[in-house]
Design a binder for this molecule. Structure first.
Ligand code: NAD
Ligand code: UGA
Length: 441
């Protein structure tokens, strides 16, 4: 059993802290947000993440997990200190490292001699060396530094921490790297030990590759629409080849969230700063931005004009199983519809209040049926599982016009047509045909 401090109780930090405690370590999780800490000390999680609240409560009860705002209490006596604070992007794409450096200064003041400092936040290449330099200067001696990126996705975070595809440990100090590798004993995943700089770039390359796959399939979707092909069949068939794989090939309104967009900006900034070409990365971002506008254009072409029309948004979160709306496609859709003079209603199982704070003119509904009432059109933005089980004929009967744009291809076009909807998906050649081909084993 090791003693660990995790600085930052956000999505990445809290999951790391709870999972290390679950693996048997003694973990102190530190944050400067006192309201968040108070809730956590009572076992209440400030965001939605399946299974996390139970895990936090269990480990609070066993006393393997504790929360504090006090750096001395959190850091002293810990063999490794993980820093998992936010690293947002500033205008222009440069990563804002002020929270990381503020945390590092506090760690320098309170850490024991010989403790290992691990950066978990996603940071530009060279940052861990920079933080190591600051720590060495403040403490008057070299501090063992490790970069250990996190690859979890919101909504499936615990499973991804406990069963990672691989664990990346970057360091110039092999014994520090091995000590951090040992903390993961019990996880059956390959461990890659490499230089700090390679580890930092692996994290950006991972996220950029996911974003690239999504923008690629969205471009293919546009070609499908022009040619009468069906992107659902195309991506299914691509994915059957193991060299391509099925993941991140769903066409739709594109990628959002707190990580992919900021990490793409940061990587492009790094490429430019190093005079490296980044045409592919820039095109990936451009295609993604276009997806939101394309969905609004579909509504405009079906409605004639958007002005004064009542449009209902099914889903607001950047993806299902989260209440997170940071850089969610819904935000840009709302902005475009408001600019066009539409009246916007919305329903999301978890993200209503986060979105209403950003757009006070949004009419928030308590369920999808209240949403459908009087709508000229519905636009499905987030593919929540519960939307699959809606009483669609009832939805249809409540609407003023039966127009349905499915931004995530959740529904079967043929069935929607049978229920009387004028239906458009993404990348479904017009007129949308049923998926006539199955996959034979
Ligand atoms: P977040 O904004 O949800 O949480 C960050 C936390 O750090 C906040 O609670 C904040 O109060 C705290 N904090 C800020 N400055 C602090 C300081 N000086 N001392 C102590 N606490 C401080 O961020 P997040 O989503 O957890 O992301 C954190 C990092 O992890 C980012 O670099 C992100 O790119 C990376 N990451 C996030 C995810 C994810 O799914 N959210 C996945 C992988 C990697
Ligand atoms: C993403 C990565 O998946 C994680 O590996 C990484 O650790 C994390 O960023 C991070 O660095 O923080 P997350 O932001 O939780 O995780 O979201 P994803 O599940 O990757 O989805 C991102 C966006 O892509 C969502 O808006 C989703 O709707 C969209 N998406 C995803 C598609 O449009 N099509 C797909 O096929 C898959």
């Amino acid at each position: 059993m090791a003693s660990i401090c995790v600085v930052g109780a956000g999505h990445a930090g809290l999951v790391t802290a709870a999972c290390f405690a679950e693996l048997g370590h003694r973990v102190s999780c530190l944050d400067v947000n006192l309201r968040k800490l108070e809730a956590l000390q009572q076992g209440t999680i400030p965001f939605f993440e399946p299974g996390l609240e139970e895990m936090v409560r269990h480990n609070l009860a066993t006393r393997r997990l504790s929360f504090t705002a006090d750096y001395r209490e959190g850091v002293e006596g810990k063999g490794s200190i993980f820093i998992a604070v936010n690293t947002p992007s500033s205008p222009g794409g440069r990563t804002d490292l002020r929270y990381l450096y503020a945390a590092a200064r506090e760690v320098a003041r309170t850490m024991d001699e010989g403790s290992i400092v691990v950066i978990k936040s996603t940071v530009p290449v060279g940052t861990t060396e920079g933080v190591g330099g600051l720590l060495a200067a403040e403490r008057g001696g070299v501090v063992p530094m490790v970069f250990n990126p996190e690859f979890l996705s919101e909504g499936t975070a615990i499973e991804e921490f406990m069963k990672p595809a691989r664990i990346i440990i970057g360091s110039g100090d092999l014994s520090a790297a091995e000590a951090i590798a040992e903390l993961h004993d019990g996880l059956e995943s390959p461990i890659v030990i490499c230089s700090l700089r390679s580890a930092e770039l692996i994290k950006y390359a991972h996220n950029a590759f996911l974003a690239t796959r999504i923008s690629f399939i969205n471009e293919i979707a546009s070609i499908c629409e022009g040619t009468g092909a069906d992107v659902r069949v195309v991506s299914r068939a691509l994915g059957l080849d193991s060299t391509l794989g099925q993941a991140y090939l769903k066409a739709g309104l594109g990628w959002g969230g707190s990580c992919l967009p900021k990490d793409m900006r940061s990587l492009i900034y790094m490429a430019k700063a190093n005079k490296a070409p980044c045409q592919v990365l820039k095109a990936v971002v451009k295609t993604n931005n276009r997806q939101r506008a394309t969905a609004v254009e579909k509504l405009r072409s079906l409605l004639g004009s958007l002005e004064g029309r009542v449009v209902g948004l099914l889903g607001l979160a950047f993806k299902p199983n989260t209440e997170d709306v940071r850089e969610a496609p819904s935000l840009e859709v709302i902005r475009l519809l408001e600019a066009a003079g539409s009246l916007i209603k919305a329903y999301d199982p978890k993200a209503m209040s986060a979105c209403a704070q950003l757009y006070p003119r949004l009419t928030c509904c308590s369920d999808p049926y209240e949403l459908a009432q009087g709508c000229d059109a519905l636009l499905l933005v987030t593919e929540w599982e519960e939307f699959k089980h809606l009483d669609m004929p009832r939805i249809r009967s409540l609407m003023k016009q039966p127009i349905f744009v499915d931004g995530r291809n959740l529904f079967e076009p043929e069935e929607m047509a049978r229920w009387g909807f004028i239906y458009r998906g993404i990348g479904l050649g017009f007129p949308a045909l049923p998926v006539a081909v199955g996959v034979r084993a």
